[in-house]
Design a protein around this ligand. Structure first.
Ligand code: 5RP
Length: 224
């Protein structure tokens, strides 16, 4: 099974999980990335069974709209029963690294609004300790160099993601060589740096369910 076939299979498994719960007036939280794209495409076949979606990026909003699925502003909803999104890494406690697609801030907002966060990944994303994937940090442009120096003090090697502007008009620093043994504390510490909008650790609001695609099929994982 290719990686794309595993992503497609987990996307279908997430759809199968939420299909019995869909209601006419339901608004879903939808993530960003290649795995989320497979989910959007599968969801589109059932678009008459729910109201619409809040998207975690402009790219996902456009994909949803291209399928004829209404996209709502996050400010117009108070709760999203389900949020389906991928991740760059997940640990046994379902702490995540996200933001490989630069959508981390909106992803955190959608996650904060959601009831059940269903994380859809292939088995390459599973780790014991977060940090092998460079940690994305969204930064206000004028604070880029200051924040980079602060990240070095914390033991990381930040690299400016050249040519990328987030949907919020900011820049991304990817932080290499971290071993994130206490994700919740480190998430909080990074967010205290002036100029940081947010960072890609999803610890305080991690996943509720992880569906993992493997060559043998999709596994529903239990949190440690
Ligand atoms: C985007 C994200 C994605 O969920 C993450 O990068 C995983 O992407 P993919 O499904 O393409 O592997 O956090 O900001």
């Amino acid at each position: 099974m290719t990686q794309d076939e595993m992503k497609k299979a987990v996307a279908q498994a997430a759809l199968d999980r939420i299909l019995p719960h869909l209601e006419d007036d339901m608004i879903l939280g939808i993530g960003t990335g290649s795995t989320a794209n497979f989910f959007i495409d599968a969801l589109a076949e059932h678009k008459l069974r729910f109201d619409g979606a809040v998207a975690s990026s402009e790219a996902s909003a456009q994909r949803l709209q291209a399928h004829g699925i209404p996209v709502y502003d996050a400010n117009s909803v108070s709760r999203l029963p389900f949020y389906v999104d991928g991740a760059d890494e997940f640990d046994p406690h379902f702490n995540l690294i996200k933001g490989g697609g630069a959508a981390l801030t909106r992803e955190k907002i959608v996650a904060a609004l959601s009831g059940e966060f269903i994380c859809i990944v292939d088995s390459s994303k599973k780790v014991d300790v977060l940090g092998n994937f460079p940690l994305p940090v969204e930064v206000i442009p004028m604070a880029r160099s200051y924040v980079a120096r602060e990240l070095v003090k914390l033991g990381g090697d930040p690299e400016y993601r050249e040519g990328v502007t987030t949907d919020n008009g900011n820049v991304i620093l990817d932080v290499y060589n971290l071993s994130i043994t206490d994700p919740k504390a480190f998430e909080q510490q990074l967010n205290m740096i002036t100029g940081v909008v947010t960072n890609g650790i999803f610890g305080h609001r991690g996943a509720d369910v992880v569906l993992m695609g493997t060559p043998e099929g999709v596994q529903t994982l239990n949190k440690a």
